[in-house]
Design a protein around this ligand. Structure first.
Ligand code: GLU
Length: 474
């Protein structure tokens, strides 16, 4: 890393708040955060809200929420780009004063005529430098003007990108672009460079859709004589079909994944591996990621978003998660479903149920759903399949199951299993034939954890009562 001695790493994530925090943005944020944390540096956040027409408070909130959910914290308060317009203008005027920029009095009509002509002649459309060497005195008094950067027109410029390698562009391709518009407002290009400089940013890690901008930004940095940052342009995320990721691929804001029951740690791990690798390691904790993250591990080709892989990884995270933490995580979901608060005892029961419930869930919604039977009030409502299953025969079977279990002193997995097996044998039925009606009566549905686990979790009295409720109905 070509850092000067003693320099502290400073990165920034600079979203434009025109929508939710999408997956690509979230990954960029993570890489910036990880790189800074890895080097013991600073990770900064800048909200690029200069496009007032498209920036909304709702989007700002969604971005902050999404970052928070992913566990990304930032050093210092966020910088709001729109609040710094004066400083941006000041730098444009400095460039003007030093002869690195000039006033352009071309009217909008004149410029569109210029572009039309370039289009007709099939020439690249760029500003032709008509005011570059002209005396401003030639403009009429008080005429509005834009400030343009006087860019180098000969030779080429090379950026040694930490991800893309050396990338060069002919200087002639970079026109004298606008820094300050004739209404005095800064362009995005100017604002980014000034803010990055003032925030002391040393490493620019962002999507490679900004690589072209980097050449223009570098021209400004050099004209100001400022330190050049290290650039790292990361390839964009593509969909499974190889096309640029869009809503069509199921690419949503990160909050949508949270709402689908994806765990934050799983999302973090998935996005990390989407474009960065450390050998064959698949499951990587935040702590490890911070320890290992580097720019050398960022791949050069676009990665593909695979919603199924994310679900599977999420399932793994759920299985590995701490039982109590999981119980707390799904408590609000359960309370929403039940429209009631869980008591301390309920939460204990939920925690106790986690080992058997979490082996089956791919997301937190499924996990919450699968736990609802624990808290249902008697007599249980039966879903359609459970109702069909509980015919007269099945309800008859429940009588002997109920009575046999009622006599049981030791309410353990082994003892309940032994008893139910004995009934199966004496009535010459498979265990499944007994387990199904029991499941329907005990949980109100036809899918649940193992039936003996259900008996133990519900406890003797509740189990017997639920079985009895269904006997009564015949
Ligand atoms: N605001 C830009 C975006 O959201 C990022 C600018 C940058 O990283 O330089 O795409």
């Amino acid at each position: 890393m070509n850092l000067n001695n003693g320099d502290q790493v400073v990165t920034r994530f600079a979203p434009s708040p025109t929508g939710f925090l999408h997956i690509g943005g979230a990954r960029t944020a993570m890489f910036n955060w990880l790189f800074a944390r890895h080097h013991g540096g600073k990770a900064l956040l800048r909200i690029e809200d200069t496009d007032k027409a498209r920036s909304t408070q709702e989007a700002i909130d969604a971005i902050l929420d999404g970052l928070d959910w992913l566990g990304l914290d930032w050093d210092d308060d966020p910088v709001f780009q729109s609040e710094r317009a004066e400083r941006h203008a000041e730098v444009a005027h400095e460039l003007l004063a030093s002869g690195n920029a000039y006033k352009c009095f071309a009217t909008p009509e004149e410029l569109s005529e210029m572009r039309e002509q370039q289009r007709a002649e099939k020439k690249p459309m760029r500003y032709d430098g008509r005011w570059r060497d002209r005396d401003p005195a030639e403009a009429s008094d008080g005429a509005p003007y834009a400030i343009r950067l006087k860019t180098e027109q000969k030779g080429k410029v090379t950026i040694s990108d930490a991800v893309q390698g050396d990338v060069s562009v002919q200087n002639g391709e970079i026109d004298d672009f606008i820094l300050l518009r004739s209404d005095g407002t800064p362009t995005y290009m100017l604002a980014v460079v000034v803010d990055d400089h003032d925030m002391g940013v040393t490493h620019l890690i962002r999507g490679d859709d900004h690589l072209n901008n980097a050449f223009r930004q570098l021209a400004m940095i050099r004209a100001m004589g400022w330190n050049e940052p290290v650039y790292a342009h990361i390839p964009l995320i593509h969909g499974n079909d190889g096309a640029k990721l869009s809503k069509r691929h199921g690419a949503l804001g990160v909050e949508a994944y949270r709402d689908m029951g994806i765990m934050s740690d799983a999302m973090f791990n998935y996005l990390l591996r989407l474009g960065w690798g450390h050998g064959d390691d698949e499951i990587i904790s935040r702590a490890r990621a911070t320890e290992w993250f580097d720019l050398a591990g960022v791949g050069k080709s676009p990665s593909r978003f695979d919603a199924k892989k994310l679900q599977n990884l999420n399932g793994q995270y759920i299985r590995e998660a701490d039982d109590q933490a999981l119980a707390l995580l799904i408590t609000p979901l359960i309370e929403g479903e039940l429209d009631a608060k869980l008591s301390v005892k309920d939460t204990e029961l939920l925690t106790q149920a986690m080992p058997v419930l979490k082996t089956r869930a791919k997301n937190l919604l499924e996990l919450a759903q699968s736990s609802l039977f624990l808290f249902k009030k008697r007599p249980l409502g039966l879903d359609e399949r459970a109702q069909t299953l509980l015919d007269a025969n099945a309800r008859n079977l429940l009588v002997s199951i109920h009575d046999t279990l009622a006599d049981l002193g030791d309410w353990s997995l082994e003892a309940t299993e032994e008893k139910v097996k004995a009934i199966a044998e004496s009535s010459e039925l498979g265990l499944g034939k007994l387990a199904q009606p029991m499941r329907a009566a005990l949980t109100g549905s036809t899918s649940s954890p193992g039936i003996f686990d259900v008996l133990i979790l519900l406890g003797k009295q509740e189990s017997l009562d639920r079985l009895f409720d269904q006997i009564e109905k015949t």
